[in-house]
Structure formats: structure tokens, C-alpha cells
Design a protein around this ligand. Structure first.
Ligand code: PLP
Length: 494
């Protein structure tokens, strides 16, 4: 079977896996989607595999037949080198549910699961395409993606990475994490501007003919580590299999029993990966999509209307502060029967009026598989305290959104299907909020790390240990209108 990827909007000639990875986004502005049936997996055959072997089996369904051993090498490099010190994805019982700890990796957030793989997919794709140019990864970040991408691409042969962040638009911990990054091929540059300025400039760089010509002269190739790349989506499917099979192995459920997954969501990539896992054989009853006060997804899943005319809130779960949830486009494409014309119309509508609405039938199809809810900032603090008081488990702010949404879901539906909550970050990534939730006391972030540890005894996530005293290696700050020129200079230097 030939496995091609096409655009959700239908105007891109089909691409193979490798070109999809290198290209990142479809030519017509849509997202690349697998245009082949999902392969059903035999769960019994996967049950006793290591995480690396499980990843190999699952990811192989998305790549050419002869690439399986290459994928195994990628998975070994990503997951089997000691960067996930407590196991790749521990699944722990908390109260009457299970928590999938996706934060044991090199930056203490779930993005590590995909961003340790993407660089390896990229070097593999360059090799398969006989591409000997160096890849220069550009990323604009509001925090978590930047650091995970830096750690992922750090010292990976054939690649270098430039991360642009708004100097006043990321948390103190995120800034400290990024600017202390080691590696011979990493650079972090502060922008005097906001996240949108950084994002817009980076997008312009991809479209600039001048930079393309420069790249050709200097044997360089620009690419992106953004979550629209299928190389971010595919590795995330694996942990849904892993969590399900862990419950089976522990005797918590029988093979074939259904589970629910509650997913703290922003760009919706994480949850969409779960839905793909379901289509590949993981028995799932419902996905419960959890949002913070920026509840555009909750509204979409309850009404079928995606309406961007609303205020943007900065919340204590900042990685979910988002109004344009890019991966939702992929779900909609599947839900309208892969009808690219329809999706193209929806997104034209969204671009012109800021709103689109799916029809009633599509909404009903979606609601068979997805429930949704949201939590306020106060809810988040209360959930952290409640969970600690009852079960002595420390949630981060994003996971606390999921915790509360799931509680409300059970109250409203009486659904007793076993629930697996995805924990997307270590509590030590947002320690001042977590500490405030537990004590009512406000302290600065670095003090909060130590105080939270003293109070709870929970081990400090290893990437954040001693972070305050780490040497700042990246001090560069530029004006927002200097981004393009800076990228040009870096291409010339490479
Ligand atoms: C990115 C992120 C999310 C949202 O994940 P999506 O795939 O964008 O829905 C949730 N929590 C944390 C901590 C994140 O970094």
C-alpha cells in the first residue's frame, strides 16, 4: 500500500512521509493528513513490548514498508538514552482514575514525547531524499514548544535551531529554561515585541524569496518544529496504546474493555493523536476535551460553531491559551468524511469572517466520541488543592484543568468508564501557581520550586533542578523588525 499525505483543503499533490516531514505544512495552507486507512493493530501482540518497540510498531503504520528499522533507530534515540529518567510514560493510579505522566522528559512537558522524535524523522527524511543540505529549524514560541524543540534538535547532526521568543511574553521558568540551553547548534533570541510579532516574522521567513535564494547559496534548508507537522502528531499516538496496555497488564481492566481519556487541550494535537489511536484499535468510549477560560474548543464541541470573536485571556495554564486550535482542522476533515472541499469552505469562512459552523449531522458524529468542558483559573487552583488533600498527588495547572473537567463530566453523565487523565506538565514548571493553590501564599517562581518540594516531598523534575543558577548562554535581544535580517545573517554564517 502506498501511504500518501494530502492537504485537508485538497489543493496539494499527495506527498510521501519524508516529504511531509520536511515540508511541514501543505502548500495551500491546509494541514497534511494521512490519506490511507488506519491500520488496525493486534493489541495482544503489542502488550509486552518495550516503549521503543511499541513506538516502532505504531509509527510503522505511517511510513513506507521498508522504513521500520529506521523508525526503531529513531525511537531508540528519542526514548532509550536516559532522557526519560522515570520511564518514558509512567501511568499512576490517583483516586479512582489513572494519570499518564507525560512530563518525565528533558523539558518536563508533554511536547518532549514528539519533539525528541521529530529531529530524527527530519534527518532520516533528508537522508531518504538524498538531501545533503543542513536544516535550519525556525521556531517562534510562547514558552513550552521552544524549549522542547531546542532540547530535541540540540546536537542532532545536520540540523541547527533558532528560537525566537517575546522577552516579556514567557514565564520566568520558560525563559530560564530556553536561555540556558547548551548544544553547538542552538540559538535563542529574545524579541522586543509580542508572540504574534515573532510568529509573523518567522512565517514571513518561510515565504521570503530572498531568504530562499540565500539558503540555496549556502546549502541550507528552512523548516519548522511547529505542531502542524505530522512528525509531531504521529509519535503522540503511541502513548495512548501504552497507557491502555499498562492498565491491562496491571489487571485494572480486561483486554477489550473501554476507557475514557481526558485531555487538557490547546492546539488539539494531543487529543487528535488519541482519536487516531482509537481508530487503530485502542478501545475508547469518550475523549473528554478540557479547556481553560479560553474555551473555544468547549463551545465548538457543544454547538458545532467555531467562533474566534472573543477575548483572549492569559491564564495560569498558559500552554492552553489559544484561539486558533490548528489541529482541529484535521479532526473536522475526518468527521466530514475526508471531504476537502467542505473543509476548504469552512476555513475560507474562518479567514474572512472569523467563524465557521459544521452541520448538525457532523456535530452529532463528533459528539458520539467527544465530550468537552472548561475550568476557570480559580477552578484550577481549587482542583490542585482538592487532589492533593484527597489523594496526595500534585497536579500541574494544565492537568488540573483536565481533572476538574472530568469531575464535572462524571457528575453530568454518570459515566463510570475507567478514566485516564493526561498529565501534560510537571507541577514544577508552573510552581508559583501550584504553591499558591496549596498554601494560599504567593512567592516568586524560584522560591516556589524549593518550597513546593519542602511542602510535598515530590522530587523536583530533573530538568528544573538548580535551574536558577544555570549560566545564561543566550543573551541576544533584537527588535521585532530585525528578525528577517537576523535569519539572513545566520544563513550566511552557516
Ligand atoms: C502544548 C500543551 C498543551 C496543549 O496540547 P495541544 O496538543 O496543543 O492540545 C497542554 N498542556 C501543556 C503543558 C502543553 O505544553
Amino acid at each position: 500500500m502506498k501511504k500518501f499525505y494530502k492537504s485537508t483543503r485538497g489543493h496539494q499533490e499527495p506527498l510521501d512521509f519524508y516529504t511531509s516531514i520536511l515540508q511541514g505544512i501543505a502548500d495551500d495552507g491546509g494541514l497534511l493528513v494521512p490519506d490511507f486507512p488506519f491500520e488496525k493493530k493486534d493489541l495482544n501482540a503489542l502488550k509486552d513490548l518495550s516503549y521503543v518497540d511499541l513506538a516502532t510498531e505504531v509509527i510503522s503504520s505511517f511510513v513506507p514498508e521498508d522504513a521500520k528499522e529506521d523508525i526503531r533507530a529513531c525511537a531508540k534515540g528519542a526514548y532509550d538514552t536516559g532522557a526519560f529518567k522515570k520511564g518514558v510514560v509512567p501511568v499512576v493510579k490517583v483516586g479512582n482514575q489513572w494519570i499518564m505522566e507525560l512530563f518525565q522528559g528533558p523539558t518536563a512537558a508533554f511536547k518532549d514525547l514528539a519533539l525528541t522524535m521529530l529531529p530524527r524523522f527530519m534527518t532520516l527524511s533528508l537522508k531518504k531524499k538524498n538531501e545533503d543540505r543542513e536544516v535550519m529549524i525556525l521556531a517562534a514560541t510562547s514558552g513550552d514548544t521552544g524549549k522542547a524543540a531546542l532540547e530535541g534538535f540540540k546536537d542532532v547532526p545536520g540540523t541547527c535551531i533558532k528560537v525566537f521568543y517575546p522577552i516579556d511574553g514567557v514565564s520566568a521558568i520558560q525563559k530560564q529554561q530556553m536561555t540556558t540551553t547548551t548544544g553547538h547548534n542552538t540559538e535563542v533570541i529574545g524579541i522586543e515585541g509580542n508572540f504574534d510579532d515573532a510568529q509573523t516574522a518567522v512565517k514571513k521567513a518561510f515565504a521570503s524569496q530572498e531568504l530562499k535564494d540565500l539558503c540555496d547559496q549556502h546549502h541550507v534548508f528552512l523548516s519548522s518544529a511547529n505542531s502542524i507537522n505530522v512528525g509531531r502528531l504521529i509519535p503522540q499516538i503511541v502513548y495512548y496504546f501504552h497507557a491502555y496496555l499498562t492498565l491491562v497488564k496491571n489487571g485494572d481492566i480486561a483486554m477489550g474493555d473501554e476507557v475514557n481519556f481526558t485531555v487538557p487541550s490547546g492546539n488539539f494535537g494531543d487529543c487528535l493523536a488519541g482519536w487516531i489511536a482509537k481508530n487503530m484499535g485502542v478501545p475508547v468510549h469518550k475523549f473528554i476535551v478540557a479547556s481553560n477560560k479560553n474555551k473555544i474548543l468547549t463551545d465548538f464541541f457543544t454547538t458545532g460553531v467555531y467562533d474566534t470573536h472573543r477575548e483572549f485571556y492569559k491564564t495560569n495554564a498558559p500552554a492552553m491559551d489559544i484561539l486558533v486550535s490548528s489541529n482541529l482542522e484535521r479532526l473536522v476533515w475526518f468527521m466530514v468524511g475526508k471531504d476537502s472541499k467542505k473543509v476548504d469552505e469552512f476555513y475560507k469562512e474562518l479567514n474572512t469572517s472569523g467563524v465557521y459552523k459544521v452541520d448538525q449531522e457532523t456535530l452529532e458524529t463528533i459528539q458520539k466520541e467527544f465530550a468537552a468542558g472548561y475550568q476557570s483559573e480559580e477552578d484550577v487552583l481549587k482542583n490542585i488543592k482538592d487532589c492533593y488533600d484527597t489523594d496526595h498527588y500534585v497536579l500541574d495547572t494544565h492537568t488540573a484543568v483536565g481533572y476538574g473537567v472530568y469531575k464535572n463530566y462524571v457528575k453530568e453523565t454518570g459515566d463510570t468508564t475507567p478514566n485516564i487523565l493526561l498529565s501534560t506538565a510537571s507541577p514544577y514548571k508552573f510552581p508559583e501557581s501550584v504553591y499558591e493553590a496549596l498554601t494560599g501564599e504567593k512567592v516568586d517562581v524560584f522560591t516556589a520550586i524549593d518550597k513546593l518540594h519542602e511542602l510535598t516531598g515530590v522530587e523536583i523534575a530533573y530538568p528544573l533542578k538548580g535551574i536558577k543558577d544555570r549560566e545564561i548562554l543566550h543573551k541576544g535581544v533584537i527588535k521585532k523588525d530585525e528578525i528577517l535580517k537576523t535569519i539572513g545573517d545566520r544563513i550566511k554564517e552557516s
